[in-house]
Ligand binder design. Structure first.
Ligand code: AHR
Length: 619
């Protein structure tokens, strides 16, 4: 056999083909990449984020040695009106000290011997102003690993900072703030970061997770989502607003906490400035995705005559990234600490949006962006599953508008990926390019990773049509799973790449510049083998709602043979996680190679508004 590579006959450029996608789901940012160790640091957790939350989630009162105090939430005189809540400790009896304690994420605050931690807090005090406030890193049993003493000497809010070094290791640590005396102590934005963050940045990123990401050497990073971009209200000042980038920059106390689509609270401590910095640090081109004034989950639609501020958000973001310090938004970036532009080549409008209201609005964004910044590549959307009428509508819209790229998303079985290796063979070089913005096969096994690798060779060979591709989702905290599989898993102290991670890394490390003409001769084709018997499993799930399923049968239309999914009387709530966890899985053991038709009979009762049902039959 011989393979001839024609080094001078160059085909399509591979450009920025392989990159990464970051979305704060699975606690990827708060409790993940964002190195903040205090959970609910601004007392802004709210049932709107999650029914189990309140303003004191992850906090508890401390009353030592006969001390007595009340711990409540104040909101009349906040540090900043955009984050109204703060903790109020009314000292009744000082005893051995009273105050409050935070238990961090996962098993607790990961305290490491010899490591230093940067503590900060906004505080004010009425009464006993001379009385010290002790800040301790300690174990669940009260053993102290390190401490600092603050003197809160004013009834006006002020920021206090200290560095605490730990003398022991405990991954279930606590942060306690305790005082004596009398009167009232108020606290807000209680923060603790390891001093050692990725590239040593303040308000920085966890070194282990960020390094794993950097080691991929991605060409680009798509952020901040995902569904969390477009799920929310239309009012940027609303607690439940969609993801508006201007809310995510500047001093932390001015960034309003928001409901994260994935049913938790998002501090926005990891915001647009930090995203751009991270991209710069790891050599990835930033690809921000903006909401288009349309929430497909709740069908909230900004009227066309009120669309301009949303379009301005896109134009201002481009100026924020590219403008020099003399421009309005370039000047804001410079004040935040980055006088040089970050640069920006791509911008995405909408995530997975389908429906006419989106496509109608997309056209306005596209025109305005191209009029001011003709060289920016604008990305359109084609919905969630890369099939069907909505998908075609996305591509039609791309053609109508001249979109540079179209975002496709799909999560499928490994067999689907193998069978669709040639998916883009028929795509043309002179059309909008594909941005494969989310894809993964269902699993983190070697087999999944291999199937993805095979598929990625199909992306490479079709670089004439595929411009960008990123696996999704990227990160998952093992104790807060919204979605799996994921590329990197972590807890509060360690992070691991999956087999899928190493496949991605292989392709990113060896991405070429151009396709070359290759000829092979003398290769033997493998003998045709009969198709393997299918052993299948059926999984059900729902998204954004609750559904009760029972009596599920798969009936062979010809023979009447019935497979009854017995005992499935299950209520599934709101997620693909349920699809994995709570769904019916049963082997069908089909051994035939000719086509047979089955009908699925399903009885289901809706309890609360599901957005979609999932029926997944695969191996
Ligand atoms: O990657 C997880 C989710 O899948 C994204 O938020 C969304 O775009 C898609 O449905």
């Amino acid at each position: 056999a011989a393979i001839t590579v024609y080094a001078r006959e160059r085909g399509a450029e591979l450009g920025d083909l392989f990159g990464i996608f970051f979305e704060d789901l699975n606690h990827a940012a708060d409790g993940g990449l964002y190195a903040e160790l205090v959970q609910n640091r601004s007392f802004e957790f709210d049932p709107i984020d999650h029914p189990d939350y309140d303003a004191l989630t992850a906090w508890e009162k401390v009353e030592r040695g006969g001390g007595k105090a009340s711990l409540t939430i104040g909101e009349t005189d906040p540090v900043n009106a955009r984050n109204r809540h703060y903790a109020v400790i009314e000292i009744e009896t000082e005893g051995g000290g009273v105050g409050l304690m935070n238990r961090g994420f996962n098993t607790g605050i990961p305290v490491k011997q010899g490591e230093s931690y940067a503590f900060s807090v906004y505080a004010r005090r009425d009464g006993s102003v001379g009385e010290p406030v002790r800040v301790t890193l300690e174990g669940a049993d009260g053993q102290v690993y390190g401490q600092a003493v603050l003197h809160v000497g004013s009834s006006e809010w002020a920021k206090y900072e200290a560095v605490i070094t730990a003398d022991a290791t405990d991954y279930g640590g606590r942060l306690a703030i305790v005082t004596k005396g009398s009167g009232r102590l108020c606290l807000d934005l209680v923060s603790l970061f390891p001093v050692r963050t990725f590239r040593g940045r303040s308000n920085g990123l966890r070194e282990d997770i960020a390094s794993l990401i950097a080691d991929l050497k991605p060409k680009f990073m798509r952020f901040p989502g995902g569904c969390l971009v477009h799920d929310g209200s239309l009012d940027a000042d609303d607690r439940d607003s969609m993801y508006r980038w201007k809310n995510t920059i500047g001093p932390l106390e001015e960034r309003p906490a928001r409901r994260n689509n994935w049913r938790y609270n998002q501090t926005l401590g990891l915001g647009y400035y930090e995203y751009f910095l991270f991209c710069e640090d790891i050599g990835a081109k930033p690809i921000p995705i903006l909401p288009a004034g349309y929430d497909p989950h709740h069908k909230r639609i900004v009227p066309l005559d009120e669309l301009q501020p949303w379009i301005d958000d896109a134009l201002d973001l481009i100026e924020f990234a590219r403008g020099d310090a003399s421009t309005e938004w370039g000047g804001i970036r410079a004040k935040l600490g980055h006088p040089e532009p970050f640069g920006l080549e791509y911008i995405g409008i909408g995530n997975e949006e389908v429906g006419e209201p989106f496509f109608e609005r997309y056209a306005y964004f596209h025109r305005a962006i191209k009029a001011k910044y003709p060289d920016i590549k604008v990305i359109n959307s084609s919905g969630p599953f890369a099939a069907g009428g909505e998908y075609e509508r996305g591509w039609a819209s791309a053609r109508e508008n001249g979109s540079d790229l179209v975002d496709e998303h799909y999560y499928q079985s490994p067999e689907w990926f193998l069978a669709n290796y040639d998916r883009y063979d028929r795509f043309k070089a002179d059309e909008s390019k594909v941005f494969l913005g989310e894809y993964a096969s269902w699993g983190n096994t070697y087999y999944n990773a291999l199937a993805e690798a095979a598929f990625m060779t199909g992306l490479e060979k079709n670089a004439h049509a595929v411009g960008l591709a990123c696996y999704a989702p990227m990160l998952c905290n093992v104790d807060y799973i919204n979605w799996k599989p994921d590329m990197i898993w972590f807890n509060n102290r360690e992070a691991f790449g999956t087999a899928n991670y190493y496949v991605q890394q292989l392709f990113m490390h060896h991405q070429g510049d151009h396709l070359l003409k290759i000829e092979a001769s003398g290769l033997r084709k493998p003998a045709a083998r009969p198709p393997a018997p299918i052993a299948g499993a059926l999984s059900l799930g729902t998204e954004l709602g609750t559904v009760q399923y029972w009596d599920i049968r798969l009936v062979n239309d010809d023979t009447g043979e019935t497979l009854h999914f017995e005992g499935l009387n299950e209520t599934l709530t709101d997620s693909r996680e349920d699809r994995e966890r709570g769904s019916a899985k049963r082997s069908l053991g089909l051994g035939r190679t000719d086509w047979e038709r089955y009908t699925l009979h399903l009885k289901a009762k809706k309890h609360s508004g599901p957005r979609g049902f999932y029926i997944h039959f695969g191996q």
